[in-house]
Design a binder for this molecule. Structure first.
Ligand code: UDP
Length: 238
């Protein structure tokens, strides 16, 4: 197995990435495939941390649109990310990897509470760490949680796995004239309102010089190529 170009990474998967073609929930085959990709990275020597969204189950804004209190909706969204994280932990266990879910909301009978130094110890021992419950605060997103945790653990880079090949001027799934950006700055993403991450997450990464790769998780092997140092997707830097 080729050595990895990176020592420690944080991979952000949206909840929708677990959904496959279904309308919601978790597709066991997709989960299996993603866990196998993560195993490949770990076997190549990369320390892997994950943040998984909750959009396949609940989003606070969506629940609020139907009349629910936004903060309660966000709490449900954060708990949804814990469910996805547990499913991924289980899939990683079945791949023969040691994985630990660390939650930003205390649910100690189910998983460990998030503690930075302990998370780093897990990573150094070769365990996969799955950061759950976002930032632990309502009104944030799991993109912001991914940026925050990547900075906290000293990741070499943050990877945002999406359904498209990288960053475009507009949505390539609906606009055939969309232009692909192989490389861009955080300021350009903010100025042009590009679909990369929300502004809070972009500003955090910009202010702490955290490089971000945006890539297509549905392309088998793309993640492994990125880890070998190939340019796969779009690179966002300061
Ligand atoms: N959420 C939150 N605080 C956080 C992270 C997430 O309140 O720090 C809630 C929010 O309601 C969000 C939901 O959890 O909509 C699921 O996260 P997200 O929308 O980021 O998931 P994704 O789109 O990546 O699947």
């Amino acid at each position: 197995m080729a050595a990895s170009a990176y020592r420690r990474i944080l991979l952000k998967l949206s909840g929708e990435a677990l959904m496959g073609t279904g309308p919601c929930g978790i597709d066991p085959e997709i989960l299996e495939r993603l866990a196998a990709e993560v195993r490949g990275l770990a076997r190549a020597g990369t320390q892997v941390a994950l943040v998984i969204g909750g959009g396949n189950l609940f989003r606070g804004a969506g629940l609020a649109a139907h009349g629910m209190d936004r903060i309660v909706g966000d709490q449900m969204g954060m708990l949804a990310t814990v469910m996805n994280a547990l499913a991924m932990q289980d899939a990683l266990d079945r791949q023969g990897l040691a994985a630990r879910v660390m939650s930003a909301i205390a649910i100690e009978q189910v998983c460990e509470p998030y503690e930075r130094r302990r998370a780093i110890r897990h990573l150094e021992a070769g365990r996969i760490v799955i950061f759950a419950a976002g930032t632990g605060n309502p009104l944030f997103t799991t993109d912001s949680a991914a940026s925050l945790r990547a900075i906290e653990i000293g990741a070499d880079l943050l990877i945002k796995a999406t359904k498209v090949d990288g960053v475009y001027s507009s949505d390539p799934l609906t606009d055939p004239a969309a232009v692909f950006y192989p490389r861009l700055s955080y300021d350009q993403a903010l100025r042009e309102g590009l679909q990369v991450m929300d502004a809070t997450a972009l500003v955090l990464c910009r202010d702490h010089a955290m490089p971000l790769w945006v890539m297509n998780i549905n392309e088998p092997g793309a993640l492994a190529r990125l880890m070998r140092g190939e340019a796969v997707g779009s690179l966002v830097t300061v």
